[in-house]
Ligand binder design. Sequence first.
Ligand code: NAD
Length: 462
Amino acid sequence: MTLNENLVQDIVKEVMAKMQISAASTGMHGVFADMNEAIEAAKKAQQVVKRMSLDQREQIITAIRRKTMENAEILARMGVDETGMGNVGHKILKHQLVAQKVPGTEDLHTEAYSGDRGLTLVEMGPFGVIGAITPCTNPSETVLCNTMGMLAAGNTVVFNPHPAAIKTSIYAINLVNEASIECGGPDNIACTVEKPTLETSNIMMKHKDIPLIAATGGPGVVTAVLSSGKRGIGAGAGNPPALVDETADIRKAAEDIVNGCTFDNNLPCIAEKEIVAVESIADELMHYMISEQGCYQISEKEQEALTAVVLQNGRLNRKCVGRSAKVLLGMIGVEVPDNIRCITFYGPKEHPLIAEELMMPILGIVKVKDFAEGLQTAVWLEHGNRHSAHIHSKNVDRITEYARALDTAILVKNGPSYAALGFGGESICTFTIASRTGEGLTSAKTFTKARRCVMTDSLCIR
Ligand code: NAD
């Protein structure tokens, strides 16, 4: 059966309406009124998971992949309806990417040493119950990909999702538990509370049965987790610059950068947030962005008006995050046709619409005299987050110098930022990029601890 537009809308409405009632009373799996109960349930489930074979874990992950594919459109619509942010079509692609490219148990590798004195294995074992804090920008994507990696490694997980995306997060948590039950696994491989708050988050961070916390979000949550006294995986904020030099294919750079920046209305933390362009090609780049890529160049007056709407008392206006260019321009009284997908202008690097991580399809261009100045400017704009940076250049030496200077978890060369998530690029997908703590793109092996098993004087057959 193919789902038509009206049918999907009806399903989403029905699901959202059901979830107005207490999640627990609607029979959603993994949802508890109390954080301590949620942790206890995940602990019981982990006792079962840790005795399961890798093959059994893999069967559950395969079922999660199938359910993610089947529910991609529903989850995408729920995310947009509940948070008001993002783009349904792009969110469908993000869920499909999770289903297809988040690794399972194949990600776990054993190290072996053998010699005259026997055999030593370093096996990657589970932590137990992992605490996970998730953002409103990719709510179900993060729940699904975290659960798949954590379960592959033999853990279960308790989520404290962003309150603004709790229904979508609960829907995804229910799906992974259904997948487990259908495969003969336990309920509660992923748990949460009906009403996540900072208090439930604190209970989770301090709980004796939570040895590891994975935080995906802005600087506040990562700092809180890293101050908790527990081991923390910190996937924090970014402000990725895209540098374009005079050796680049300028037309392609315009296309790649605008495609990356506008994906899901710029919600991904890896997405291009501003451009640094060498002045000899800056106007050509702007020309292609406007004439071929649906960019709208705003005047100085419009920049001031947009800044006043987007940043209020120095803080991001949440009503602007993840909104389309057309909606943002509408907020300052500028009407544009539907094909306008990105807002652009020239400005200094200190311009608030350039220096701040906005998560909106706004691409300010900072002109620089040459590559050397561009590199310094890009380092400044990344603010030491060490998260993501991008470059369009055909000079390999410059690309190498840029990569070393920016020192980020992700660096995309001559492509759109989402290639780093495996979308039009090689390798795995994740929505938790551990920039602050250095694990980079997280996967099953990130959620393991090393265990050395030693057999003396036997099993070496060399
Ligand atoms: P946010 O920081 O507002 O919230 C993220 C999560 O942290 C939520 O669950 C929130 O309730 C919780 N939280 C916030 N402050 C907390 C505190 N002091 N103690 C405990 N919990 C706290 O972020 P958001 O708006 O949901 O998401 C956008 C931000 O997340 C951006 O900065 C983006 O770059 C970042 N992000 C990073 C990654 C990554 O993989 N590195 C992925 C997605 C989003």
